[in-house]
Write a protein that binds this ligand. Structure first.
Ligand code: C2E
Ligand code: CA
Ligand code: CA
Length: 831
């Protein structure tokens, strides 16, 4: 960023340029050979930020002040200006630190809080050494304290010598290193946060030098950039990366890779040519390569860089914005150039575990990037906690030591071979890239297949679920959803998953039904469910399908605390018991032509085709073939013919269709089973509940022991009459005794049934209770009389009794009555 025009400043200050300075200083030094000179590299740091904060005029004032202070100290002839805010100087005095201190003290107080400070690196000029070389070392000493908050002066000493020499070495030996194969392309795996699968690698340069051993990019990349040699390194890294990819490809491994390009690569050579050349040579398709450009490169962007990037873009390469959030220009960077992936700088993640603000920043950065329709990748993941956090905020990809360090080609190959089942296929990539667009913080999604973004409150609980066949899993959930689940009776996400995989769970069946419907109709579906004492409404919408699996957004829409929860629970529990009298319940949708199993009690019936595409017809055919006795198959298929069901229902006297068929049962025998089709309609859809159960025992007896069914009933009746405490009798339509149980005969002391058979009360001399006769006449007209009090004489003793009587019907006519009598104690005279 240009602070202000250098020319006008220089004219004003009258400072000389670098070359004049070198000549003058050399002359001065040789004039006074006994003096020990120091060459200084001086810099007023943070001038750029100061300029932004206080304006160009204030910044210029500061710079002028420092320049005139330096002139005062060193004299004009021993000072020169470099780029804005930095100077070279020479001094024969040893009081460098004191002089710098004095200047800094005279800067206005406010400048300290702005970080505006003069720093110096200096180097003693050895006899016979060149001033230029001493100036380079002075600058190197300055670089060492550049970012230090409290150290303002640094002398180039023994401690710096080694690393300085290494840097020189790097610059002077790059070509040799390339020739001798010392440059290596290491690779670091990047994983999909949702699944933990490896989705790509980043290529990182390493230098295995003969002289210095293993060098990391920090030790050579900046130096190569400074000497405008970086493109040679990068070209070599690109060549190695393509070569390694093709080797891996030859072994059946196709993992995309990213390369780091420097801003200077675009200025120094035609990097696009280089990259596409090596890709041609090694046969690398462009979907397998992406380009990383750092945020700082863009901050100082120029046309060459922008057009260079655009060329990669136009050719269909994916572009990654590296180190996002490491500098202050970042937000504007997103506005201009179009990237595909934003890599969040690891400095953002460092604080996440301890600092609430950092959590806000990262989660909002992820949301923002998603709203821009870009993917998010977080660098520098080192702990499980950080990984979990990224999961919760919906960051898509992650990279860091927690998963793996950068590895040599040999090591990464071994790793990839070993973990081959843990890589994404290209189909996985498409599927998860699409899911990645869901913003878990607020449920919005950047358009997926043109489906418009859904907007919900930011606190709304959301989860991304996946249905594969009949099993349901949770891919990710936002913090609000996890909290909700923890406060419910499911207790944890795992608890909820358990519930969803239990056959008996109502939630599971409801979800399976709603998800398939949401997918078929492309519309959100609502489901209600009682959870932890709350009446909850969830919305389900389909996001993406891939190879039989389907992903859905599950959103909690409302929660009502239901005070009569116990009633609900009771109802649910009782319904569950009701289910169990069925072996199998299915829902057939005649409108959608879909079928879904809702309940299954007999494991053998699960062997049926359960593909999500199953139609009622497929299912019925398959069931028929496997389980129905050949003799019954034709009629079974006719029964399940939904096209005639409507018609059959109209003709039927019942509100459902029912029939029995001979079917293979649990014990591998054919047994009669009852099948029912109960019509329902929902949302204008014609649906049938299909239920299957054993025939009940009595009906079974009637069917299979035909002719002796009476005996079965008699046996049953005798049994009942034997065990009841009551005295039971029954009479014909003329109120004559037809029978009584043992207890009745005992009570009155009859020796056998013959004593009463065919007799009326009158015949037996029981005339004391006149109202009994009227009651019995009413019963004969079809009424019931219950608990009527009267009294009787039993073995000479008067006793109070209570009698209930009911009509006995045969073919629509009352043919008799049955009476129940209870002795309530000795007779009390009416008051
Ligand atoms: P970068 O592109 O941001 O690469 C990520 C750096 O973070 C790598 O450092 C990597 O080793 C390191 N890293 C990965 N995971 C973790 C973690 O969990 N914790 C910590 N503390 N660090 C982690 P490396 O390999 O030293 O590279 C440093 C930088 O050098 C790179 O930063 C990149 O800007 C540059 N660079 C690397 N290779 C090349 C190259 O071939 N060409 C160019 N132009 N630059 C390169
Ligand atoms: Ca990078
Ligand atoms: Ca980075």
């Amino acid at each position: 960023m240009p602070v202000f025009k250098r020319d006008s400043f220089d004219r004003l200050m009258g400072l000389q340029g670098r070359e004049t300075f070198y000549t003058r200083v050399s002359k001065e030094v040789s004039r006074k050979p006994e003096t020990s000179w120091s060459i200084l590299y001086l810099r007023l740091v943070n001038l750029g930020a100061y300029n932004v904060r206080h304006g160009a005029a204030a910044a210029e004032k500061m710079l002028k002040f420092v320049a005139s202070s330096l002139t005062e100290w060193l004299s004009k002839s021993m000072l020169c200006r470099l780029e804005t805010g930095s100077f070279l100087g020479a001094t024969p005095s040893g009081e460098i630190e004191a002089a710098i201190d004095a200047i800094n003290r005279r800067l206005p107080e406010s400048s300290e809080s702005d970080g505006l400070v003069l720093k110096v690196g200096y180097c003693a000029l050895r006899r016979g050494a060149s001033v230029q070389e001493a100036a380079r070392r002075a600058r190197y000493a300055y670089e060492d304290i550049r970012f230090s908050g409290s150290v303002y002066t640094r002398s180039f000493d023994q401690g710096l010598e080694a690393s300085y020499m290494r840097r020189l070495y790097v610059v002077n030996h790059l070509d040799d290193a390339i020739e001798h194969g010392e440059i290596r392309a290491y690779a670091q795996p990047i994983v999909r946060v949702l699944t933990g699968l490896i989705c790509e690698v980043e290529i990182l340069a390493r230098w295995e030098s003969e002289r210095y051993g293993f060098l990391r990019p920090d030790e050579f990349v900046p130096e190569l950039e400074r000497h405008r040699l970086i493109h040679r390194l990068d070209a070599e890294v690109v060549r190695l990366a393509c070569k390694q990819w093709s080797e891996a490809h030859g072994r059946g491994i196709n993992v995309p890779f990213g390369i780091n390009l420097s801003r200077l690569d675009f200025e120094l050579i035609d990097m696009f040519e280089v990259v596409t050349h090596y890709m041609d040579v090694y046969g690398v398709p462009k979907e397998q390569v992406h380009i990383e450009i750092t945020e700082s490169a863009l901050a100082q962007s120029n046309d060459l860089l922008l057009t260079g990037i655009q060329r990669f873009r136009d050719a269909g390469f994916k572009l990654y914005l590296d180190d996002f959030g490491s500098g202050y220009s970042s937000l504007r960077v997103l506005e201009g150039t179009s990237f595909d992936v934003v890599k969040l700088d690891m400095s953002l993640l460092r604080e996440v575990e301890v600092n609430e603000r950092a959590r806000v920043i990262v989660s909002d950065a992820v949301s923002m990037v998603k709203r821009l329709n870009l993917q998010t990748l977080c660098e520098g993941v080192e702990t499980e906690e950080q990984y979990q956090f990224l999961k919760a905020v919906g960051c898509e990809k992650a990279q860091g030591y927690y998963f793996s360090r950068p590895m040599s080609h040999e090591d990464i190959m071994a790793h990839l071979v070993e973990t081959a089942h843990l890589h994404e296929t290209s189909e996985d990539q498409r599927y998860y890239d699409s899911l990645g667009k869901i913003n878990l913080m607020d449920g919005t999604r950047s358009s997926v297949h043109g489906v418009e973004a859904a907007h919900f409150m930011s606190t709304q609980p959301f989860a991304l679920i996946e249905v594969l066949g009949q099993s349901i899993g949770i891919l990710s959930a936002n913090v609000a959803f996890s909290r909700f689940v923890e406060s419910s009776d499911a207790h944890s996400i795992d608890g909820l998953v358990d519930r969803m995989s239990s056959d008996l769970a109502d939630l599971r069946n409801k979800l399976l039904y709603a998800t398939s419907k949401a997918r078929a109709t492309h519309r959100s579906q609502l489901i209600d469910f009682v959870m932890g004492g709350n009446f909850c409404t969830f919305g389900v919408s389909h996001i993406e399908s891939s190879e039989g699996r389907n992903a859905y957004l599950l959103e909690l829409i409302s929660v009502t605390r239901y005070s009569k929860f116990n009633d609900f629970k009771l109802l649910e529990d009782s319904l569950r018991f009701l289910y169990t009298i069925f072996k199998r319940i299915d829902l057939l949708d005649a409108t959608d032509n879909t079928w879904r199993n809702l309940y299954l009690n007999v494991p053998r019936y699960t062997g049926l085709k359960t593909s999500p595409e199953a139609t009622p017809q497929n299912e019925v055919d398959a069931f028929c073939e496997t389980f129905i006795h050949p003799d019954d198959r034709a009629s079974f298929l006719a029964f399940y013919d939904l096209s005639t069901a409507e018609d059959r229902l109209r003709k039927s006297s019942t509100t459902y269709l029912a029939d029995t068929f001979f079917a293979l049962s649990d014990n591998d025998r054919y047994e009669d089973q009852l099948f029912m089709l109960i019509p329902m309609s929902m949302d204008g859809h014609r649906q049938y509940l299909s239920c299957m159960r054993d025939l009940d025992v009595a009906a079974l007896a009637r069917q299979h022991v035909s002719g002796s069914s009476r005996i079965a009933d008699d046996v049953l009746l005798t049994g009942i009459l034997d065990v009841t405490e009551r005295l039971v009798f029954w009479k014909d339509e003329h109120l004559r005794f037809l029978g009584a149980n043992e207890r009745f005969l005992d009570y009155y002391g009859f020796s056998g049934i013959k004593e009463i058979l065919g007799k009326t009360d009158e015949d037996l001399g029981w005339t004391r209770n006149a109202h009994f006769v009227t009651d019995e006449r009413r019963v004969m007209r079809g009424e019931r009389v219950l608990d009527v009090v009267g009294y009787t004489v039993r073995k000479g003793e008067a006793r109070d009794i209570m009698v209930s009587k009911m009509p006995l019907w045969l073919e629509g006519r009352v043919v008799g009555l049955v009476g129940f009598l209870v002795d309530v104690g000795p007779h009390k005279e009416d008051a």
